[in-house]
Design a protein. Structure first.
Length: 291
C-alpha cells in the first residue's frame, strides 16, 4: 500500500487530534478543542476544522476513533463519553458528504489495539488485547488478526464488570488514584521515580487490582499478548513485576506464563490507530478477493 495517504482522527472529551498519515508516518498534525458542552453541530464543526488542517486533495481515506458505542456498518455513533449532545450522530455520512472520501469509524480502544497491531508491538500476534488505562478504562480485542466488536460494538467492556464496591474501571484506571486513594496519579508517579515508599506501595496495590482484570481477560480470551496504553501505563516500571507475580499464581499456568504484557511506545498511536481502520479494511477486502 505504497504512498497511501490517510487522515486519522481521535475524538476525545477535551480535544480532537488529527494527522495525515503517509506510508505509516504522520507528516502533519493538528489539535482542536472538542468543546464537549457545545451543540452537536458545533462539535462537528470542530472535527471538520481539525481535518481541514491536515487533509490533502488526493487523500485515500479517513479513519476516526470515537469513545462511544458505534454502529460500524452504518457509521452511526451513540452516547459518546464526555460529549452529551452526541446521542445519535450519523458521523460517517456527515464526513463523507463534506470531503467525498471513504470514511471508517470505530471505538477508540479498538483503534488503539489496531494501531499497535499495524504500527507497534502487536505485529507478531494474531490474538491481542489492548487496555487503555487513562481517565477511564477501554479494551480493544483482536482475534485472528481481526477486530472483535460483538453486538453493537459492545464486546470487551470489562470496565463495567462489577469489582469490589464498584467496577474494574474504578480500580484499574486513573480513578484508582483520584477516587479510591484521593491522590494525584501524576504526583504518585513522580514520587515513585525518586523512590518514595508510599508511592511505590500504591503502584503495588494498583498492580493487584489490574491483575484481577487481566485474569478475567485470560479466562475469557486467552490472548497471546496484552498491550497497555494511556496515562496510567507510564507507571509500567512500578507495577509490571508485581503484576506478573500475581498472574504467576493463576491456575492456567500454560497461558499466564506465555502471556506477553507490554507498554505501548508508539507516539500518537491514537491517530495511527484511526488511520489503521482504512488499512485494515483494505487488507480484509484483498484477502476476500483472493480467497
Amino acid at each position: 500500500m505504497k504512498d497511501v495517504k490517510i487522515v486519522g482522527v481521535d475524538i476525545g472529551g477535551t480535544k480532537i487530534s488529527g494527522g495525515l498519515v503517509v506510508n505509516s508516518h504522520i507528516t502533519q498534525k493538528a489539535t482542536t478543542c472538542t468543546g464537549s458542552e457545545g451543540s452537536k453541530e458545533e462539535i462537528l464543526s470542530n472535527l471538520f476544522r481539525t481535518i481541514d488542517k491536515v487533509i490533502m486533495p488526493d487523500v485515500d481515506g479517513i479513519g476516526i476513533g470515537v469513545p462511544g458505542i458505534i454502529d460500524i456498518t452504518n457509521g452511526v455513533v451513540y452516547d459518546v463519553k464526555n460529549i452529551p449532545t452526541w446521542k445519535e450522530l450519523h458521523l460517517k455520512e456527515e464526513v463523507e458528504k463534506k470531503y467525498e472520501v471513504k470514511t471508517y469509524l470505530n471505538n477508540d480502544a479498538n483503534c488503539f489495539i489496531l494501531g499497535e497491531k499495524i504500527f507497534g508491538k502487536g505485529t507478531p500476534y494474531k490474538n491481542l488485547v489492548g487496555l487503555t488505562l487513562g481517565t477511564g478504562l477501554g479494551t480493544g480485542i483482536l482475534i485472528e488478526n481481526k477486530i472483535y466488536s460483538g453486538l453493537a460494538n459492545g464486546a470487551g467492556e470489562y470496565s463495567m464488570l462489577p469489582y469490589r464496591d464498584a467496577n474494574f474501571e474504578m480500580y484499574c484506571s486513573g480513578k484508582f488514584f483520584s477516587h479510591i486513594k484521593k491522590v494525584s496519579g501524576k504526583l504518585t508517579y513522580e514520587a515513585a521515580t525518586v523512590g518514595d515508599k508510599n508511592a511505590l506501595w500504591l503502584w503495588e496495590e494498583y498492580a493487584m487490582h489490574l491483575s484481577e482484570l487481566i485474569k478475567v481477560i485470560i479466562y475469557s480470551i486467552a490472548p497471546e499478548a496484552i498491550i497497555l496504553g494511556g496515562s496510567v501505563s507510564k507507571g509500567f516500571e512500578f507495577f509490571i513485576d508485581h503484576l506478573k507475580n500475581k498472574l504467576g499464581r493463576l491456575e492456567l499456568q500454560r497461558v499466564s506464563q506465555k502471556l506477553i504484557i507490554e507498554r505501548s511506545e508508539v507516539p500518537d498511536v491514537s491517530i495511527l490507530g484511526a488511520a489503521a481502520l482504512y488499512i485494515n479494511n483494505n487488507i480484509i477486502k484483498d484477502q476476500a478477493h483472493h480467497a
